[in-house]
Design a protein around this ligand. Structure first.
Ligand SMILES: NC(=O)c1ccc[n+]([C@@H]2O[C@H](COP(=O)([O-])OP(=O)(O)OC[C@H]3O[C@@H](n4cnc5c(N)ncnc54)[C@H](OP(=O)(O)O)[C@@H]3O)[C@@H](O)[C@H]2O)c1
Length: 251
């Protein structure tokens, strides 16, 4: 017999999960396919803070500005991002990681995985309650022992520990940055981006941002399921359509 508390958690989770799936299904039905930037016009421009405007963060900043969102790209040396911001135009501004966390209704964290615990601590107040999209991948050779543990647990579980109090979604970790630039809004069936999260609204908003970037969101499951598309899995950086991704993950 399950203890009462455990049953409540399980029931709440099942209800949350149904809401998430319904919300995402609704988004898929009402929004246009990624047939080009004009066709992917955003329903609601978001303010997106970008912590780590490198290869992935910088590419997403461009794709989101092109589809009508406002971004604050950040660096520990903001002056180094001025030319990127200029090339992005008036919907982009530059600041520090703290300013990005304050600016965004949605915050993208796209930094070396080993830096995630420190960012989570330093910006806990600014990030609290926000939708946070985490692209980080743990590499022991770059990030040290914490990466071994994160791979064992799965990044959804590990990142949630490093970023307590945020509404976390794992996304954009399983595509190479050059494919992110070259495959966005491609003709034909779009490339799928697998997502995992525990918060229905965060999943819905992230799904829309995936579409606005020119890709097809595929909800894999709760944060604990992010493990299914971590580094080294059969779907990691494979450029699959939604149908192919679902088939490989048996969704
Ligand atoms: N590259 C890919 O194709 C790819 C694909 C999927 C996932 N990923 C993962 O996504 C994450 C970002 O990858 P990337 O290739 O975009 O990296 P990147 O080009 O090296 O950019 C990382 C950014 O993180 C910032 N950063 C570094 N240390 C930081 C710290 N302690 N605090 C705050 N910001 C810090 C740097 O900004 P400043 O130095 O200017 O502050 C830099 O712009 C990584 O975890 C990576 O494994 C990468």
């Amino acid at each position: 017999v399950k203890p009462v508390k455990q049953m409540h958690v399980a029931q709440n989770w099942r209800i949350n999960w149904r809401v998430a799936v319904m919300a995402c299904a609704l988004l898929v039905m009402i929004s246009p396919g990624p047939m080009g930037i004009a066709a992917a016009a955003v329903s609601k421009p978001e303010k997106i803070g970008i912590i780590g405007a490198g290869k992935i963060g910088g590419t997403l900043a461009r794709l989101w500005v092109q589809s009508g969102h406002e971004v604050l790209i950040s660096s520990r040396h903001p002056e180094e991002l001025k030319s990127l911001a200029q090339s992005l135009g008036p919907k982009a501004r530059v600041g520090t990681p703290r300013e990005a966390a304050m600016f965004g209704d949605v915050v993208l964290i796209s930094i070396p995985y080993g830096a995630t615990p420190q960012v989570g601590k330093d910006l806990a107040k600014e990030l609290a309650g926000k939708i946070v999209i985490d692209t980080g991948n743990p590499y022991p050779e770059r990030d040290g022992d914490m990466a071994i543990e994160a791979r064992r647990k799965g990044t959804g579980v590990a990142s949630a520990e490093f970023l307590p109090g945020v509404r976390l979604v794992r996304a954009f970790n399983a595509i190479n940055y050059s494919s992110l630039a070259s495959e966005a809004h491609r003709a034909g069936d779009p490339i799928a981006i697998p997502l995992a999260g525990d918060d229905a609204q965060a999943i819905a908003v992230t799904s829309q941002l995936v579409k606005d970037a020119g890709f097809d969101p595929v909800l894999v499951g709760p944060l604990s399921s992010a493990k299914l598309f971590d580094v080294g899995t059969p779907v990691y950086v494979k450029l699959l359509t939604a149908k192919e991704l679902r088939a490989r993950l048996k969704l």
